[in-house]
Design a protein around this ligand. Structure first.
Ligand SMILES: [Fe+2]
Length: 209
């Protein structure tokens, strides 16, 4: 039998400069209003409800959507469709908080009538505050494969079939975008400071003229 090696995925990344103080104030204001938020992949920390239609977050939403034009071009998507954010939430991880391995495919977001595909296509994260040692983000080739490692089902978890883990150290002002089915996790925050990020899902919509 022949074996063909596949490179498993792509991560798009861009950095922007700024102190994001105004954005941070809006984030803490939102946290005060919605203390419980929602529980998703997070172990501890605060995960907000959807803020994609909240006026205080339109600036960052527009910035992310404008960055995605390059991904649209890379993927050779037809011209009358565009990527738009249809779910966006804030994550604040404090000491020892982390995010379990997950992907963004099966989220229970009601599909707007104009959306072309029901599930999101692209997902990503923008780092508002990311102190050193506050938690790397890890990307895996497949969550099922990670489960085999986690369950101790392997004689040698470091063998060539199971070493496809890419760990990134994000920095303040960085934006990462990936395909929504790419499994990822966030390592524990080892500091006493808040690690603040804004995550999102995007789908394709017809361009409105
Ligand atoms: Fe995620």
């Amino acid at each position: 039998m022949n074996k063909i090696n596949l490179s498993y995925d792509t991560l798009w990344n861009i950095s922007c400069k700024g102190d994001f103080e105004e954005l941070k104030s809006s984030i803490y204001e939102e946290k005060n209003k919605d203390e419980h938020g929602r529980i998703r992949s997070n172990s501890g920390g605060w995960h907000s409800n959807d803020v994609s239609n909240n006026n205080n977050f339109q600036h960052i939403k527009n910035f992310i959507e404008s960055c995605t034009k390059e991904v649209h071009k890379d993927l050779e998507i037809i011209d009358n469709l565009e990527f738009k954010i249809d779910d966006m939430w804030i994550n604040i991880n404090n000491k020892s908080n982390f995010n379990h391995i997950h992907d963004h495919v099966a989220l229970d977001i009601p599909a707007p009538k104009t959306r072309i595909i029901k599930s999101s296509i692209l997902s990503g994260v923008f780092y508002v505050e990311c102190p050193e040692n506050s938690g790397n983000i890890a990307f895996y080739s497949s969550s099922k494969r990670k489960t085999l490692v986690d369950m101790n089902f392997l004689k040698n978890p470091g063998n060539n079939y199971f070493h496809d883990i890419n760990t990134m150290t994000p920095k303040k002002g960085e934006l990462y975008i990936w395909f929504s089915d790419l499994p990822h996790s966030v390592m524990p925050n080892k500091t006493d400071d808040d690690r603040i990020s804004i995550s999102f899902n995007m789908s394709l919509f017809p361009i409105q003229n």
